[in-house]
Ligand binder design. Structure first.
Ligand code: ATP
Length: 231
């Protein structure tokens, strides 16, 4: 279980403070207005931004002393950070070994993950020749190949066409179930959250204002969430 307890950062413009738990095999959708603190929350968990107080634990071990690279976490952003001069294969491989020196097990793993994500035919290509949806599959493949239990997603599919978005959301759901990942997923689209999430977390003004099942999207209990959803 990933457990945040009063995990806090204080910026001049905005104080952030989050208490949240997320289980393996579950997708938690983080929704909320622009500037509410969704991306900052992921950055705090990933180790990319300051923490002033509180605790962050995974399976009862604190992650706070660990550098980003040491944390059992992988992150996929909207801009998937693919390397344009490397093949798709090497773009996945670099998540496993920055030097691209791979064991035979790692080579087998890349082939397996590529198959699961439907990109086996693309392994020799360069990302620049791929569609946005294919690129995001490669980004997701790189994350999954690392075999880490926590996956953070910051609007990964927002730039895609609706049909592709749905396809990738379903892929995310099946991989989460199969690999028992703990997934935190920032989205601006409540319908994406409704489709894949187990839990909804509504972030407002640097804190969690409401959380619960996807039923929240139909029956918000605060006027802020109702206003955000346009109800
Ligand atoms: N490094 C920082 N320096 C100063 N302020 C920061 C920093 N990181 C976060 N903040 C504050 O936290 C607020 C939340 O920003 P954040 O990007 O997390 O919001 P968001 O909910 O992800 O918004 P969006 O949906 O537009 O991406 C910012 O408006 C800013 O005031």
């Amino acid at each position: 279980m990933l457990q945040l307890t009063k995990l806090s950062a204080h910026y001049p413009e905005q104080a952030l403070c989050f208490t949240l738990s997320a289980n393996a095999g579950e997708i938690t959708a983080l929704i909320g207005p622009s500037g509410a603190g969704k991306s900052s929350l992921l950055a705090m968990i990933g180790g990319f931004s300051q923490i002033d107080s509180g605790s962050l634990q995974h399976n009862e071990h604190s992650l706070l002393p660990l550098s980003p690279a040491q944390r059992p976490i992988t992150t996929l952003f909207q801009d998937n950070n693919l390397f344009w001069h490397l093949s798709v294969y090497n773009n996945i491989a670099i998540g496993l070994s920055p030097s691209l020196r791979l064991s035979s097990e790692q080579k087998t793993l890349i082939v397996q993950v590529a198959k699961q994500l439907g990109i086996s035919e693309l392994l020799a290509r360069n990302p620049s020749s791929l569609s946005g949806g294919q690129q995001q599959r490669v980004g997701l493949a790189r994350c999954l190949a690392r075999g880490l239990p926590i996956l953070l997603l910051d609007e990964p599919f927002s730039a895609l066409d609706p049909a592709l978005r749905l396809e990738l959301l379903d892929l995310l759901r099946s991989q989460t179930d199969q690999l028992q990942l703990t997934v935190l997923f920032v989205t601006h689209h409540p319908e994406e959250a409704a489709r894949v999430a187990d839990n909804i977390v509504f972030i407002y003004n640097g804190a969690i204002l409401e959380q619960g099942s996807t039923a929240l999207l139909e029956n918000p209990s605060t006027p802020e969430l109702a206003a955000y959803l346009g109800k």
